[in-house]
Design a protein around this ligand. Structure first.
Ligand code: PPS
Length: 290
């Protein structure tokens, strides 16, 4: 089933989950100084980061992750249900969002709240989103990968252009309350990544607690945890007969080194390219279509 899309702030949203009202409420959301925002372009590791942040918050104890669905632990800022949940949650709150920076709560920018921004190789985002669009009912069927790729490159997908999202958020680099990390870094060195996150969050963990975070945030552990694998998601939202949410959890293209070669320097380059309309400009899709 496909549903109507609408535009807000120059970005496309599916009407089944979002509305101008929910997006305006998100923009006006009163941020608290101890809030921790888990921000991504979709399919970039949001629920993985949410699991890591949940486990850090609990000093590695997995009971919260095993008893409360992830969408309640780190509710979505851009839905009315998520906002309601965020308001009710105990502080310090974890709040998830796919919003581009220009649609983020205004009060964040004068606050000490922290944003963790996870970025993923766009080739893998594209493939993950393609599969997701086939099971996530609020999204239109993606059609063929080729057609969907054209839409993705044009930013004609929910939450808009990956390029504008990443470029917009990475402009916050250098701020004390902004931390960015890549999905690929999480894959390559989860323990070291968790340590860096703990340091940013001023939440030191013992070696044993660190090990517990790493173990319980693994793809295997999350896949088996109904509170983290979306198996509790209602069928009218997620058609899991067509595939699981936790689909593959890797580098779709089988080139785990790709991102490393396209390191922070190239991401900085995003800001210099100007109007990024062609993913080929940044040389990351060389293998696509083969
Ligand atoms: S969403 O719908 O935008 O919130 O999706 P998001 O959580 O951002 O991204 C989903 C992809 O992340 C993968 N994932 C993981 N990979 C490695 N390890 C762990 N623990 C993990 N948890 C989630 C998930 O499988 C999706 O990627 P693909 O490539 O589709 O498998």
């Amino acid at each position: 089933m496909s549903h109507g899309y609408f535009q807000h702030g120059g970005v496309t949203f599916p009407g089944l989950l979002y509305s101008p009202r929910s997006l305006e409420a998100a923009r006006e959301f009163p941020v608290e100084d101890d809030d921790v925002f888990n921000v991504t372009y979709q399919k970039s590791g949001t629920v993985w980061m949410l699991e890591i942040l949940s486990l850090i918050r609990q000093d590695g104890d997995p009971r919260w992750c095993r008893s409360v669905p992830n969408w309640d632990r780190g509710p979505w800022l851009e839905t009315l249900l998520g906002l309601r949940r965020a308001r009710a949650n105990a502080r310090p709150r974890i709040i998830s969002s796919h919003l581009p920076v220009h649609m983020f709560p205004k009060s964040f920018f004068g606050s000490k709240a922290k944003v963790i921004y996870t970025v993923r190789d766009p080739k893998d985002v594209l493939v993950s989103l393609f599969h997701f669009a086939r099971i996530f009912r609020p999204y239109r069927d993606p059609g063929s990968l080729g057609d969907f790729m054209d839409k993705f490159l044009q930013g004609d997908v929910p939450f808009g252009s990956w390029f504008q999202h990443v470029r917009g958020w990475l402009q916050l680099r250098g701020r004390e309350n902004f931390f960015w990390i890549s999905y690929e870094e999480l894959q390559q060195d989860l323990r070291g990544s968790v340590q860096r996150l703990c340091s940013f969050l001023c939440h030191p963990l013992s070696p044993a607690a660190l090990d517990a975070v790493v173990t319980n945030a693994s793809f295997a552990a999350m896949s088996h945890n109904p509170m983290s694998n979306f198996s509790l998601s209602p069928g009218f939202i997620l058609d899991q007969n067509r595939g699981p949410f936790l689909r593959k959890g890797g580098d779709t293209w089988g080139h785990p080194g790709d991102w490393g070669q396209w390191d922070i320097g190239d991401i900085q380059g995003i800001g210099d390219i100007g109007d990024i309309g062609d993913i080929g400009d940044i040389g990351v899709l060389g293998t696509l279509g083969t």
